[in-house]
Ligand binder design. Sequence first.
Ligand code: FES
Ligand code: FES
Length: 159
Amino acid sequence: MTDSSRQRVALALAINGRRHRVTIEPSTTLLDLLRDELGLFGTKKGCDMGACGACTVLVDGRRINACLALAVMQEGRDVQTIEGLAEGEALHPLQQAFVEHDALQCGYCTPGQIMSALGLIGEGRATDAAGIAEQMSGNLCRCGAHPNIVAAIAAYAGA
Ligand code: FES
Ligand code: FES
């Protein structure tokens, strides 16, 4: 079967408040939809197998690994990515907290860390540093910035 003859399916969803209609191959992951189809490269691909958290986005307010989610399953849903946080030049307060707490080095894990943290806070479980560290354990940082990441999240959450 050639690429041009592969069956494609229609999908409608909102990303960062903007409605999108696309036609995609059924096997397309949400991560590949964001990056390859829509050019939203802020969501990172690390392991592509659910182990690192670099691809974390919010779907209807809940954090998920976009590399493990089929795009077609997101019909009608509201996806939030790192691109939706800043308003013009003004960083989201959690992004600002990451800067102030020196919570990134290479920055590759940072979008996933921030989206996961927003999901965690939305779950009402960012109550103390130890709990934040545990609840963020699915988001790995190869640079070892975890202590500062936890500090930034705790500061923003008032934990
Ligand atoms: S790229 Fe999705 S969990 Fe690693
Ligand atoms: S800042 Fe480099 S992987 Fe986390």
